[in-house]
Design a protein around this ligand. Structure first.
Ligand SMILES: [Fe+2]
Ligand SMILES: [Fe+2]
Length: 322
């Protein structure tokens, strides 16, 4: 008679102990290692959502490539938007190491079953919005992603190392673009201020709901996926970004923003979490437009995927015959 060892969350007690030891020791879990089912599911969901954000995030800025104000700006923006496509590809590959199928993840995105960052549901009305996105949105992405380069899942952590180097270029080109605008004409300065006015609060929302309304965070911290809480990251972002706004001579649209000597941090107001929930649920200014554009790009790219698959099949047939 065989005795089947009892499994909890897909693991035997010995496998769970080995997993816990790696996490406690700040080591890396690799694809071949046994891991709790909940850990795998959480990572697939998070990495997919991250990948979707990278590729949907190409749209608001891609909107300005044909209208960039100079050849230099166009070349920079082109490179930046292509980088975001690359980030999406690393991340879909990282999700595949967990047994997920890229086609399924894209189907879930297209069906609205998996989400992407709410920030990309806001429109880019002016050139300054594109620069504000580089400064604020890529700046917020760096705050989020630098700690992820120390996360417990090896392929995700390693993808973040390269991604963060590129995000840092994105943030700087955005800040430099804002600087050019504030040093330009009065109309350009006003355009920069207007972009900050519209993108400030949605950028703070990028860190997710407040800690007391973020039920899965504690488990993600225990698993070594998350290193800082949403509110901690939001505070770090405000502390870094408020002085940059001062340097630009722009006003952050928050009457409660002020340096607190005692805390050694900036105090700041509360984002409109009702707006956040509306945008999460599909009712932001551009949700429909973004998903439609994504579905269309996917359909129009079908021939590329078919050609790539046919080419790969032919190459392996040739290799087998040799
Ligand atoms: Fe990115
Ligand atoms: Fe970026």
């Amino acid at each position: 008679m065989t005795v089947t060892e009892e499994r909890v969350d897909g693991l035997t007690a010995a496998e769970q102990a080995a997993f816990d030891a790696v996490v406690a020791d700040d080591g890396r879990i690799e694809p071949r290692d046994a891991m709790p089912e909940g850990y795998r599911r959480t990572l697939v969901r998070q990495i997919a959502q991250h990948a979707h954000s990278e590729i949907i995030g190409m749209q608001p800025e891609g909107n300005w490539i044909t209208r960039a104000p100079s050849l230099r700006r166009k070349a920079i923006l082109y490179a930046k938007v292509q980088d975001e496509a690359g980030h999406g590809l690393y991340l879909y590959s990282a999700a595949e190491t967990l047994g997920a199928d890229r086609a399924d993840l894209l189907d879930a995105l297209h069906a609205g079953k998996q989400k992407y960052s709410t920030i990309f549901n806001y429109p880019t009305l002016t050139w300054a919005d594109t620069m504000a996105i580089g400064w604020l949105v890529d700046g917020a992405a760096i705050m989020n992603q630098v700690p992820l380069s120390r996360c417990s899942y090896g392929p995700y952590a390693r993808a973040m190392t390269r991604v963060c180097k590129e995000e840092s270029f994105h943030q700087r080109q955005g800040f430099e673009g804002m600087l050019t605008l504030v040093r330009g004409t009065e109309a350009q300065r006003r355009m920069a201020q207007d972009a900050l006015d519209r993108f400030w609060w949605p950028s703070l929302m990028m860190f997710g709901p407040p800690d007391d309304a973020s039920p899965n965070s504690a488990q993600s911290m225990a698993w070594g996926i998350k290193r800082f809480s949403n509110d901690e990251l939001r505070q770090k972002f405000v502390d870094v970004t408020a002085p940059q706004a001062d340097f630009l001579g722009l006003r952050v649209p928050d009457p409660e923003l002020r340096w607190n000597d005692e805390r050694g941090h900036y105090d700041f107001g509360t984002p409109d979490w009702d707006e956040f929930m509306r945008v999460v649920k599909g009712d932001g200014p551009c949700n429909r437009q973004r998903l439609e554009a994504r579905r269309r790009a996917h359909d129009e790219g079908a021939w590329v995927r078919e050609a790539a698959a046919a080419h790969a099949a032919r190459r392996s047939a040739v290799a087998r015959a040799a």
